[in-house]
Ligand binder design. Structure first.
Ligand code: ADP
Ligand code: MG
Ligand code: ZN
Length: 472
């Protein structure tokens, strides 16, 4: 029998806020040492009260808008009660009854065409701390406690591991370009709910949930393993499937049962009376919409129309800093296609030689633009532009001054070029005679001699034209 895979995803994303969700401790990217960013509130001291971080709401709404959700104007927090050493309050503040966003949808481009995945809801919550296990001792690090998260819950609409990975990559580029989260390893964690059913059946099978995975590659392997386990169980009655929580073991590539699935009742949810309901006004929502960055698809479409290749678009979409640099110099007047080449090929290549990546690029839009402008206007050729770029990247020189000091523009006016050509012609009488006798190759030799004399400066096409003119 053929089976169909049914998968639903719960994805936790740590938001890029400066501070935590309910106190003023530094957020996700602040801590250096364990327990650097901890205060009485986020370490659960009695009597401390949470104070809502407005930015969290704005980022959650932005994420909801990007995923085509309804934004709920009335939203509340609930306490989810459980005991664990990394949870100092013995409850997590989350949203059960009135999540901030519901009913969204995201379209995936897959090898089998477009696929719509429905988003059930997005809710805000706080992260838990971390346990660090030593040989005979365990430590608890509260830096991550109360770092803001959004959890994005899909309907069970995925039918393959490929679709899941496509979705996660899409979320990642959206959230990066939207300033919602950098989604580094560990900042994006997934619970994968999975079941199988005979092809054509409408009913859902028994599902298991694989908890807390952050590498896309591991998610892909875990889904393939777990799906086969379900199919074997149904097909060959190797075991009885039960609804449970499992973990994926990276080394063996297998999943193992952790515990029976908790139900909602296990957590004794109740409204958090310490936090006022949040009401999102029309004005506020409008303001968030205005500040919302361009949707990834639109952005990609605009780049495509500007003649940028798909591969380059992927690089731009996933790197906010770089796409901003490109947008900036395009706004100043550089052609988008040229800008992409300067940044993604030339800058990247120069950095690569030093073992660096585009993330290390510090060139200002202004300096980069002044190089591209000199090349565009014919003041210097592209080779000279590249030399200047290297100097700017390595020593942060002033492009125009560097160009002048090194004479990269000097030999470029046509009278200077003509002088060089005259010199070459007078010094290479034999080649000139050969050319006049119909040896085409001789022209190439003369051209090469001119280029050598000009030390790479000058526009090759212009030099060729002038040389031919002189010879005829
Ligand atoms: P719970 O309250 O138990 O967490 P939810 O209804 O919130 O259950 O669903 C959690 C996730 O499990 C959702 O992403 C949902 O799409 C997915 N899911 C629900 N039923 C199934 C199923 N039979 N197979 C696969 N995924 C499922
Ligand atoms: Mg759930
Ligand atoms: Zn704190």
């Amino acid at each position: 029998m053929n089976y169909e895979l049914v998968i639903g995803l719960e994805t936790h994303v740590e938001l890029s806020t400066e501070s935590k969700i309910f106190c003023s401790c530094g957020g996700h990217s602040s801590p250096k040492e364990p327990n650097d960013c901890v205060c009485p509130a986020c370490s659960g001291m009695p009597g401390m009260l949470p104070v809502m971080n407005k930015k969290v709401i704005e980022l959650a709404v932005t994420a909801g808008l990007m995923l085509n959700c309804d934004i709920n104007r009335y939203t509340t927090f609930d306490k989810k009660n459980y005991y664990y050493p990394d949870l100092p309050c013995a409850y997590q503040i989350t949203q059960l009854n009135h999540p901030i966003c519901t009913n969204g949808c995201v379209t995936l481009k897959t090898s089998s065409g477009n696929r719509d995945i429905r988003i059930k809801q997005i809710h805000m919550e706080e992260d838990a701390g971390k346990l660090v296990h030593g040989a005979n001792v365990s430590y608890v690090d509260f830096n991550r406690t109360s770092v803001p998260l959004i959890e994005i819950v899909t309907q069970p609409d995925f039918r393959s591991a490929e679709e899941v990975v496509t979705y996660l990559n899409k979320l990642k580029s959206m959230f990066r370009s939207g300033g919602i989260s950098e989604c580094e390893e560990g900042a994006m964690r997934c619970d994968v709910n999975i079941s199988v059913r005979p092809e054509g059946s409408e009913e859902f099978g028994v599902r298991t949930e694989i908890k807390n995975m952050s590498s896309f590659e591991a998610i892909d392997r875990a889904i393939r393993y777990e799906a086969q386990r379900h199919i074997d169980a149904l097909e060959f009655e190797t075991e009885e499937l039960v609804q449970e929580t499992r973990r994926f073991d990276d080394a063996s590539g297998k999943t193992f049962a952790m515990r029976n699935k908790e139900t909602e009742a296990d957590y004794r949810y109740f409204p958090d009376a310490n936090l006022m309901p949040i009401v999102i006004s029309d004005e506020w929502l409008e303001k968030i919409k205005e500040n919302k960055p361009e949707a990834v698809d639109e952005k990609a479409e605009n780049y495509r129309e500007a003649g940028i290749s798909d591969k380059e678009i992927d690089m731009l979409i996933s790197n906010n800093k770089i796409s901003k640099l490109l947008d900036d110099i395009v706004l100043m007047g550089c052609k988008a296609k040229d800008a992409a080449a300067w940044i993604l090929t030339d800058c990247a290549g120069i950095l690569r030689k030093d073992g660096k990546t585009l993330n290390d690029l510090t060139i200002t839009p202004h300096k980069l633009y002044s190089i591209t402008k000199m090349v565009d206007s014919g003041e210097i050729n592209r080779n000279a532009g590249k030399k200047i770029l290297i100097a700017v990247i390595e020593n942060d020189v002033d492009p125009i001054a560097f160009c002048k000091e090194n004479g990269l523009d000097k030999k470029f006016d046509s009278s200077a070029i003509e002088t060089v050509i005259d010199k070459v012609i007078s010094e290479n009488a034999q080649a000139v005679a050969d050319f006049k006798n119909g040896k085409v190759k001789a022209l190439q030799a003369l051209f090469g001699a001119c280029m050598k004399e000009l030390k790479g400066a000058g526009d090759p096409a212009q030099i060729k034209v002038l040389l031919e003119e002189k010879l005829s």
